[in-house]
Ligand binder design. Structure first.
Ligand SMILES: [Zn+2]
Length: 148
């Protein structure tokens, strides 16, 4: 399992932070809009419009930065180096492969639930000697070895 470098993790979180900040800025426009009408901005012009644009740019920039962090500079196409890209995408592809494996094992699990192994009911019988449970076709007791 290849490791994602600290720098890339930091880049990824930076991108996430930028996106969240942008989202807050963008959303805040809708909350400040009503107050902007009744209470005009002393610096001139409604601040909401500029905030919305800055917020949107931050979200887009954040998404790009996060993507670079996740896939690496080459993997996300910033640096055109196929050799480096393969190396950068390795942990990413491994994670994706892991997810696909999870899905497959989940399908397997569902298969087990919807299709029981055997519809035949397993009947157990009790040993007359020790009271231990045995399969109905058992000749000798599993616990004490006496003949059933
Ligand atoms: Zn027994």
């Amino acid at each position: 399992m290849s490791k994602i470098s600290k720098e890339r993790k930091a880049t990824y979180y930076l991108g996430m932070g930028m996106g969240i900040l942008g989202f807050i800025l963008f959303i805040s426009v809708f909350f400040s809009f009503s107050s902007a009408i009744s209470d005009p901005d002393p610096f001139g012009g409604p601040p909401s419009f500029a905030n919305a644009i800055v917020g949107m740019l931050l979200m887009i920039g954040g998404a790009v930065v996060a993507s670079i962090g996740a896939k690496g500079a080459a993997g996300s196409g910033v640096i055109l180096d196929p050799e480096q890209a393969r190396e950068d995408l390795k942990p990413f592809n491994e994670a994706r492969g892991g997810m696909i494996n999870d899905v497959i094992s989940n399908i397997d699990a569902i298969d087990h639930i919807t299709k029981p192994q055997s519809t035949k009911e397993i009947v157990k019988i009790r040993c007359r000697n020790c009271n231990g449970l045995n399969d109905e076709d058992a000749k000798f007791c599993k616990s004490c070895g006496k003949e059933i």
